[in-house]
Ligand binder design. Structure first.
Ligand code: CAA
Length: 258
């Protein structure tokens, strides 16, 4: 499928998806979100892809949902079309690891999209925010729930109620991002991290993602049981035999996703 609002590249088992609406600071309109959902679904199904990097430009990861597209919509339209509901679900359904490489603005839906990824690497110029309150609305694709889980109630309330932005340093200190790197080397760092993931067995990276995400959905006892079942099940794979043999033979494991 030819895309107009994103650029997709696959190299060395890593699929890079770059949001590409520079004139609108990568604002998320319906077309972009549909294209993104389609590209992510394709990458998830593609045997050659073991990790995904989602990024924007140096100025903006994404400055939020497209305000110009939304501004005249009625409740009935928003509700009947389940505005952004299916695209949100498509991102959540991706089973392979996704890294958000964020430089510049990640606001509103942009911050929410970054938080839907498995972890965020931020350029030192990144700015995160949920400024929907300034528009007379609130976050609509998970911001009140996910940001609260990342940074706690007090900071999340502060962000959602005042609409203030959080810089990269504060985002790292608060647990929103896994690491901060110079904005200029953001892609290099993100690709290195994705490359490390791509060296592993997809069976175990997908299991790790599933198990960590379970921590948000269930009790500790159930989560630990879920993890143990996945851990045991990985002993049925060739990649487990290969990984443990390679360790003992002091060589690099060659995983085949089997
Ligand atoms: N929607 C549509 N267009 C947007 C946009 C958005 N969210 N953000 C920026 N743009 C457009 C601007 O309208 C402008 O276009 P024109 O040149 O045609 O006027 C262009 O991008 C450049 O933007 P600015 O001139 O405003 O750039 P700036 O550097 O002065 O400011 C900014 C940057 C602080 C990010 C500012 O653009 C801004 O505040 N953007 C809106 C942020 C926002 O409110 N996001 C939340 C959206 S609602 C949402 O996301 C709901 C949800 O949860 C699903």
């Amino acid at each position: 499928m030819a895309y107009e609002t994103i650029i997709v590249e696959i190299e060395d088992h890593v699929c890079t998806i770059k949001l590409n609406r520079p004139d609108a600071l990568n604002a998320l309109n319906s077309q972009l979100l549909k294209e993104l959902a389609s590209a992510l679904t394709d990458a998830d199904r593609n045997d050659k892809v073991r990790a995904i990097v989602l990024t924007g430009s140096q100025k903006a990861f994404a400055a939020g949902a497209d305000i110009k597209e939304m501004s005249e919509k009625s409740f009935v339209e928003m509700y009947l079309t389940d505005f952004f509901g299916s695209e949100h679900e498509a991102v959540q359904k991706v089973r392979k690891p996704i890294i958000a490489a964020v430089a510049g603005y990640a606001l509103g839906g942009g911050c929410e999209l970054a938080m839907m990824c498995d972890f965020i690497i931020a350029g030192d110029n990144a700015k995160f925010g949920q400024p929907e309150i300034n528009l007379g609305v609130i976050a609509g694709i998970g911001g009140t729930q996910r940001l609260t889980r990342f940074v706690g109630k007090s900071k999340s309330m502060d962000m959602h109620l005042t609409g203030r932005f959080m810089d990269a340093e504060e985002a790292e200190r608060s647990g929103l991002v896994s690491r901060v790197v110079p904005a200029k080397s953001l892609m290099e760092e993100a690709m290195n991290a994705a490359g490390k993931i791509a060296e592993k067995s997809t069976l175990s990276t997908m299991a790790a993602k599933e198990a960590v995400n379970r921590a948000y959905e269930t009790t500790l006892a159930e989560g630990i049981l879920f993890e143990k079942r996945l851990f045991h099940s990985l002993f049925s794979t060739e990649d487990q035999k290969e990984g443990m043999a390679a360790f003992q033979e002091k060589r690099t494991a060659q995983f085949r996703d089997k």
